[in-house]
Structure formats: C-alpha cells, structure tokens
Design a protein around this ligand. Structure first.
Ligand SMILES: Nc1ncnc2c1ncn2[C@@H]1O[C@H](COP(=O)(O)OP(=O)(O)OP(=O)(O)O)[C@@H](O)[C@H]1O
Ligand SMILES: [Mg+2]
Length: 268
C-alpha cells in the first residue's frame, strides 16, 4: 500500500462505501449535486427522497452504469471511481434487483447454478467432474433455502409469482458472495404479504454484510434501516435514523405534494 492509499484508508474510517463530492450533470442539469454519502460497515442504509431526487442516478454512479461528472467513490477505503462494474463486483460490491439477473425459461435451481458458475469464472472446468457438480447443486439448494425458495427449485422462473422472482434474484446475488449489496427498490410493485417476506429476507441476508437500498416504502425503511439519507433535487437534505429524519420539517416539506410518499407515510 502506498502512503497515499494508507492515508485514504485511514481517512475513510469504518465506511463500507463513501462518496465525496459526487456530482452528475446531464447537459447542464445537475441530477446529483455534491453528494457526500457515508455508509457504515454492517449497516442497512436507505437512500430515500421524492421522485426525481437523483436516487437512481446515485445508484447508477455507484455501480458504474454512469460515469460521474465530478467526485470520488470509495469502497472499503479504496478509490473505485474509475473501475468497471465487474471489477467492483469481484471486490464484493454487488447490485441486486435487476430483473435481467434471472432467466425466465430456466428453473429456480438452474438460475442459481448459472450464477454460481459465473462467480467461478475461469475455474469453470473444475465443475465438470460429477462430484463437483453435486457440490454445485448442493450449494445452489442451500442458497434457494436461504431465500425461502426450496419448494420452487424445479419450477420454471417464468411460472413463479412476482415476489418469489425477486427472492430468486437475491439468491443469484448471494451466489456472488457480496460483502455489500445495493438493492434498488426491492419491494417495488409488491403486495403487503410479499413486502413482509422481503423485509424478513433482507434482514436475514444483511447479517455480516452491508446494505444500501433505495426504497419508496417508508414502512419498510423504518423497519429495516439503521441510517437514512434523504436526497432532494440532487442534494443531501437530511441524514440520520428514521425518527430524526421523519420528524425533520425540511424532509416533510420536500415530500409534500408527493402523494405517494404521504400515502406510504400513513401506512408506516
Ligand atoms: N440520462 C438522463 N438524461 C437526462 N436527465 C436524466 C437522466 N437520468 C436522470 N435524469 C434526470 O435526473 C433527475 C434525477 O433522476 P433519478 O431517476 O435519479 O431520480 P429518482 O430519485 O430515482 O426518482 P424516482 O423516485 O422517480 O425513481 C430527474 O430530473 C431525471 O429526469
Ligand atoms: Mg429512481
């Protein structure tokens, strides 16, 4: 480690993820404006805010789907600003809840096996022996069990209920052995029963990991998250635990006029 890197690591304390002055402009429009985000190792951290606040853009910057206009991203103290998605995934920073992560015409078990094989990459040949294939099946079943999908092992993904598909995506993400998971609206489009199940699932898989999630459902946020960052018009408006953030007049004002947020708050 160079002296610079050592200083960098020391300065970043216990943060799993940190941004410094993160900014994204689209043709002069500032979608993300000088955001300093600090996600504590081991926390479930929520990124919330009204529509158009810049949440998805922040996620796209963190997972390198978009290059930042300015600013820095550090993962476990290491600068990752100029790295590629697959590089940071290999370092343990993995984004979940992308529908594309599962194949509709494979069974749940096959999907997890594909994810496990992808993780193994060049060591794929190792799995060609029969004994190793047994291992692969065993691990895939373990992961399905972990997300409550053991009974769906042989079901085609296309035939699974929506909430169960999202759980399968978690299993394929876990196959990559993430240290930190980025969850993009994990409960989006779900009924109450599925939401409860996903909340329990996130609680379970967050053990020993760090989670950063964009979530519109404030009841989910209040039940799960250790810390919350509120974005509004690209900037950090407030930060803290659920109680302090939800009683902050600035946050209430920013959410006003956003019916969706008010409805969700009423449910919380
Ligand atoms: N590729 C792009 N080109 C131009 N403007 C963009 C682009 N992507 C996002 N924006 C703008 O940046 C702002 C932030 O968008 P973003 O999708 O990050 O918000 P969000 O907080 O995720 O909102 P929502 O809650 O509706 O998902 C919006 O005004 C949006 O129109
Ligand atoms: Mg969004």
């Amino acid at each position: 480690m160079s002296a610079d890197e050592a200083r960098e690591t020391a300065a970043s304390g216990n943060f799993a993820l940190e941004t410094r002055g993160l900014t994204k402009e689209f043709r002069g429009f500032t979608a993300v404006d000088d955001v300093n985000l600090q996600v504590q190792e081991g926390h479930i951290h929520a990124l919330i805010g009204p529509n158009g606040a810049g949440k998805t853009t922040v996620f796209n910057l963190l997972t390198k789907f978009l290059p930042p206009t300015r600013g820095e991203i550090l993962y476990r103290g290491k600068p990752i600003t100029s790295m590629k998605s697959n590089q940071i995934a290999r370092m343990g920073l993995v984004r979940s809840f992308q529908i594309s992560a599962v194949f509709a015409h494979m069974t749940a078990l096959e999907n997890v096996r594909v994810a496990l094989q992808r993780e193994l990459g060049t060591s794929f040949h190792f799995w060609k022996s029969e004994k190793s294939l047994d291992h692969l099946n065993e691990r895939a079943m373990e992961l399905l069990d972990e997300v409550g999908l053991a009974e769906y092992a042989d079901t085609l993904t296309v035939e699974m209920p929506y909430g169960r598909k999202r759980a399968l995506e978690v299993a394929t993400t876990l196959a990559l052995e993430p240290k930190m998971m980025l969850l993009d609206e994990p409960t989006q489009g779900m009924g109450a029963e599925d939401v409860d199940r996903i909340v329990e699932l996130i609680r379970r898989v967050s053990k020993g990991r760090t989670v950063l999630m964009v979530e519109h459902n404030l009841s989910v946020v209040s039940r799960l998250c250790d810390r919350i960052t509120v974005l509004a018009r690209g900037s950090v408006l407030a930060e803290g635990d659920y109680e302090s953030v939800s009683s902050n007049p600035l946050v209430r004002e920013a959410y006003m006029g956003s019916e969706e947020a008010e409805e969700e708050e009423a449910q919380a």
